[in-house]
Design a protein around this ligand. Structure first.
Ligand code: TZP
Ligand code: MG
Length: 216
């Protein structure tokens, strides 16, 4: 199978929902189901934080969420954990700068899986592209409380720098994005936005997703 086409990747990045049990107000499966009903285009399982599930519970939740994604044809991406992605035959992985490079992940996953890499500078973006990343996650655009070890807030500057430098790779903005501040991220050159709390932390998840889709 072939590597994902970049226009298909761009479409998937439009509204990329990221979540783990720690981020949810209601049951994770319910939260995901509502987000899918609202129209998210991609999902990432990111089970991190002080009270995150581990062991069997961690794997079991991944399976449940993946199953729901499969039923609804929303690709299922795993954060960081390449072993889990392989074991579940997930649609892809997302890794940070401290994780294994995209090049060796590609060797393990094969050409057809989606590989996303977090980039905070032009150099990191260029390296990820050279290593074969399918998309970049760029941020934090705005202040966020969903990532303990988040880098400095960068506004839309890094996204603009990447685009001005001629990088055309599919790219998503992340960090503190809400319905009210999403538009500048797209205007800066992102193909979509990644959101945790402004979706998982609301009471009416499907309504929040629909509002995001309307503004972007
Ligand atoms: N990487 C950079 S910021 C961030 C991650 C995972 C957290 C985004 O969460 P939120 O709640 O949408 O700010
Ligand atoms: Mg990581």
């Amino acid at each position: 199978m072939q590597r994902i086409d970049s226009e298909d990747m761009r479409r998937l990045l439009k509204l990329y929902f990221i979540m783990g049990s720690v981020n949810c107000r209601k049951a994770p499966l319910e939260s995901l189901s509502e987000a899918i009903e609202g129209g998210i285009t991609l999902f990432q399982y990111r089970e991190k934080g002080r009270t995150a599930f581990t062991g069997q519970a961690y794997v079991e939740l991944a399976r449940q969420l993946q199953q729901r994604c499969r039923e609804c044809q929303v690709p299922f991406i795993v954060n960081d954990d390449i072993e889990l992605a392989v074991a579940l035959d997930a649609d892809g992985v997302h890794v940070g700068q401290d994780d294994e490079p995209a090049r060796s992940i590609r060797e393990r996953l094969g050409a057809h899986k989606i590989i996303g890499v977090s980039a905070h500078t032009l150099e990191e973006g260029q390296q990820a592209i050279a290593d074969g990343a399918d998309y970049l996650g760029v941020g934090p655009v705005y202040p966020t409380s969903s990532k303990d070890d988040a880098e400095a807030v960068q506004g839309t500057a890094v996204i603009e720098t990447l685009r001005r430098s001629g990088l055309t790779i599919p790219l998503v903005g992340i960090g503190g994005i809400t319905v009210d501040n999403a538009v500048p991220v797209i205007k800066a050159g992102a193909d979509g936005i990644s959101v945790i709390s402004a979706i998982a932390g609301t009471d009416n998840i499907s309504a929040a997703v629909r509002k995001f889709l309307m503004v972007i």
